[in-house]
Unconditional design. Structure first.
Length: 88
């Protein structure tokens, strides 16, 4: 294949990783921030939990799926970029 095809494939895979991963990551971070704010508010009101608090539950299944897709696309972008350098 032409090296430019590999470069185009790398660019498309990287763009796909960004488009699928960034909104999922931002959503996950906003959930963490919102949960931390709720815990602080409840502690301020005297209704907080005793001890170290509850651990963060992690991303939702949809967010986790989108982050996995973004990771696979990022790896594909790196492989295509390596193929571009090997072909040129």
């Amino acid at each position: 294949m032409s090296p430019l095809v590999w470069l185009l494939a790398a660019a498309l895979a990287a763009a796909g990783a960004w488009v699928s991963g960034w909104p999922a990551w931002q959503s996950y971070r906003s959930h963490q921030t919102r949960d931390a704010n709720v815990e602080r508010y409840n502690a301020w009101r005297g209704r907080g939990r005793r001890g170290s608090g509850s651990p963060a539950p992690g991303p939702s299944p949809d967010e986790r799926r989108r982050l996995w897709i973004a990771g696979v696309l990022a790896l594909a972008a790196l492989a295509a970029l390596a193929a571009f350098f090997a072909a040129s």
